[in-house]
Design a binder for this molecule. Structure first.
Ligand SMILES: NC(=O)C1=CN([C@@H]2O[C@H](COP(=O)(O)OP(=O)(O)OC[C@H]3O[C@@H](n4cnc5c(N)ncnc54)[C@H](OP(=O)(O)O)[C@@H]3O)[C@@H](O)[C@H]2O)C=CC1
Ligand SMILES: O=C(O)C1=N[C@H](C(=O)O)C[C@H](O)C1
Length: 252
């Protein structure tokens, strides 16, 4: 049975991972969070500063991380020190943070994805294809999330934007305002935050008197938790390096 530690165990996704793990051949043996609580969802909670000792003490195979960038990096360093694999779901890293994750992946297997749903993997491919085929259509990217989300645009929107920019040289305009027509080489990027929306992403392609929309809506956090746990069991035992969630989906 794969022994998992959950970083961010007291959070929305932490709870979803523990719940989803209960139906699988994995055991969540410890969790990390900065809150001063002994247990969350029945799992013992350790402060991230104590992660190195805890990974050894609980004989952890893999960390599943849905926390905040600073906490993810602290635990990533602990993984590098102890040789434990890491699945990173946290979004909102700056360039320094991404470099630090790269350094960790020289020591242990590390798989980072901004979205662990299978549908988003397909959407990424469809977006690339549509932007390639409709190469002069206006592009607008929209995402909606719950009111507790702290990073904007979402990690997924940034990944979709990167896919689009591989096909076309578009300049993002975030939350457009003012008095000027759009430029043909810009892409509007919009983030909405309301209620408990689990995660919605949409690309609009408009031109030639027609509109194409490519959209995905997550309906339950269990979708992300399941994908991350799939990634975790897939990752254990692999060589150090960076891995992609697409490989996990392709293998299933
Ligand atoms: N890749 C994907 O598929 C998905 C990614 N996400 C991402 O996962 C992350 C978490 O989302 P969500 O669960 O909604 O957020 P929450 O705010 O609900 O939870 C965040 C968790 O991280 C903990 N945390 C905060 N700071 C630290 C720290 N320094 N060290 C360790 N833990 C810390 C918090 O606990 P405490 O305050 O007690 O420390 C809490 O348990 C976000 O970056 C989000 O974008 C979300 C869904 C899917
Ligand atoms: O914070 C969330 O909830 C989500 N975050 C991820 C992101 O930033 O893309 C993935 C998903 O959309 C939910």
């Amino acid at each position: 049975m794969t022994r998992v530690a959950v970083n961010g165990v007291t959070g929305r996704m932490g709870g979803a991972v523990v719940e989803t793990a209960a139906d699988r051949d994995v055991e969540v043996v410890v969790g990390f969070a900065t809150s001063d609580v002994e247990r969350a969802h029945g799992v013992p909670v350790v402060h991230p500063e104590g992660a190195t000792e805890a990974l050894r003490e609980y004989d952890v195979d893999v960390v599943v991380d849905f926390a905040a960038p600073e906490g993810a990096l602290t635990v990533a360093d602990a993984c590098a020190e102890t040789g434990v694999a890491m699945v990173v779901g946290t979004t909102g890293f700056d360039d320094d943070g991404l470099d630090r994750l790269d350094a960790v992946s020289a020591e242990v297997p590390l798989l980072k994805a901004s979205n662990f749903s299978q549908g988003i993997q397909v959407l990424q491919r469809l977006v690339g294809e549509a932007v390639r085929a409709l190469d002069d259509y206006d592009l607008e990217l929209l995402e909606s999330h719950h009111n507790g989300k702290v990073d904007a645009p979402s990690g997924t929107a940034n990944s979709l934007l990167a896919t689009i920019q591989e096909e076309r040289d578009v300049e993002p305009v975030y939350g457009r305002e003012g008095h000027a027509p759009r430029d043909e080489d810009e892409i509007g990027v919009f983030a909405r935050r309301a209620g408990d929306i689990r995660g919605e992403h949409e690309l609009v392609l408009a031109g030639n008197d027609e509109v194409v929309t490519l959209a995905h809506r997550a309906e339950d956090r269990g979708v992300f938790a399941a994908g991350a746990l799939d990634a975790a069991t897939w990752l254990v035992g692999r060589d150090p390096g960076r891995y992609e969630f697409g490989s996990v989906v392709d293998a299933s």
